[in-house]
Ligand binder design. Structure first.
Ligand SMILES: Nc1ncnc2c1ncn2[C@@H]1O[C@H](COP(=O)(O)OP(=O)(O)OP(=O)(O)O)[C@@H](O)[C@H]1O
Ligand SMILES: [Mg+2]
Length: 340
């Protein structure tokens, strides 16, 4: 069964997408893992790291994107979206020696994103209520009320309204998890690139995950929200577990697997003082959770993203220089996640 991992920090521009992409590609290229990348950000950056916009336009028209999963939930019923429709198999292509090398990274598939995901967040908040009001959950609620007549003693709920709220909370956040459930066994890793917010699509990504990894620039503004993020995820775990207790299903706790420092500034032979201080502070606070290997700021990423391939596949000096770092971070990621 594939492990699902969200890359997150609700601060923007801290290397979430670049890290999701390069760890995903390194797992496929150097560790022979079967990887599914999920772009959960309407900015569509992970998608455009994999494919050029012209090819995405066609895929989007013919197949759709991740937005479909949520739109179908909002429109239709409890039915799980047929996720295979929107999985783009081996989308990466490499242009080399004057020709396109198909399937540059065979072991990577992609669920692309698009701007429609922005509207989904608003609709999820507004429309799921209507489903409840219209009796969408009535049957489920009835069973739960029957089973747990003494809800107050069992779960600390004062009234069936509390149960309804708990169910509602979980339902709104379970859409992606349900949709990818059937394909988890097809992959070793499913990596989700989260947007820089904590709205409902992001919470769906987290709820679908076994683990999460925080990426951050080691500076004040990028790290200030880490505590809040961790608290929010603890709340999410508690609420999800409550729903699992109510419905008798298996619960899972989303666990932090590590903090990766990105865009670390180097001067001369060492890390600049302010970045070094912040890294030391976080290591004191979070211990082994901080990755020992970091990603320094470097030219090379811009060139590779313009070609829609990872730095490992770009035959250019800057890209060659930086590519070893993501390989090291990926090795460490594997040690943390697989205990290797
Ligand atoms: N190590 C690096 N050195 C230099 N530039 C980098 C590095 N990592 C990422 N970048 C560039 O910095 C920008 C932001 O990176 P990225 O898109 O990965 O951040 P993000 O956290 O996903 O942003 P957002 O919050 O907007 O989704 C991108 O233009 C990317 O190419
Ligand atoms: Mg991003």
């Amino acid at each position: 069964m594939g492990k699902v991992i969200s890359f997150i920090n609700y601060k923007g521009g801290v290397g979430k997408t670049t890290t999701t992409y390069h760890i995903g590609c390194a797992l496929a290229l150097f560790h022979n893992k079967k990887v599914l990348l999920i772009d959960a950000d309407p900015q569509t950056n992970l998608t455009f790291s994999c494919v050029l916009p012209e090819r995405w336009e066609i895929f989007k028209k013919d197949n759709g994107t991740i937005a479909k999963v949520f739109e179908s939930y909002l429109k239709d019923s409890f039915d799980t979206y047929p996720i295979d429709n929107i999985i783009w198999k081996s989308p990466l292509e490499l242009f080399a020696h004057g020709k396109i090398m198909k399937d540059a990274v065979k072991n990577i598939d992609l669920i692309p994103s698009d701007i429609d995901l922005l509207g989904v967040d608003i609709d999820l908040a507004a429309k799921t209520w209507r489903k409840i009001e219209s009796g969408f959950f009535q049957e489920q609620l009835h069973i739960i009320r029957q089973t747990f007549k003494r809800t107050k003693e069992a779960f600390g709920f004062d009234s069936s309204c509390d149960i309804r709220d708990a169910l509602f909370y979980a339902e709104q956040r379970h859409i992606l998890k349900r949709a990818i459930h059937t394909i988890k066994e097809n992959y070793d890793y499913i990596l989700i690139d989260c947007p820089p917010n904590l709205y409902l699509v992001t919470q769906n990504a987290l709820a679908a995950s076994d683990f999460y990894v925080i990426t951050t620039i080691p500076d004040h503004m990028s790290t200030i929200g880490i505590n809040i993020l961790m608290r929010k995820i603890r709340e999410l775990n508690t609420m999800m577990n409550t729903k699992c207790q109510l419905t008798g299903t298996k619960s899972n706790n989303i666990t932090l697997k590590g903090i990766v420092f990105t865009m670390v500034r180097i001067f001369g032979q060492g890390i600049v003082g302010t970045h070094k201080d912040k890294m030391n502070e976080l290591c004191r606070n979070y211990g082994d959770l901080c990755f020992e290997n970091h990603i320094s700021w470097g030219a090379g990423y811009t060139e590779s993203s313009a070609l829609a391939v990872p730095v490992f596949l770009v035959d250019e000096e800057n890209a060659r220089r930086v590519s070893a770092q993501y390989q090291e971070v990926t090795n460490e990621f594997l040690r943390k996640v697989e205990g290797m």
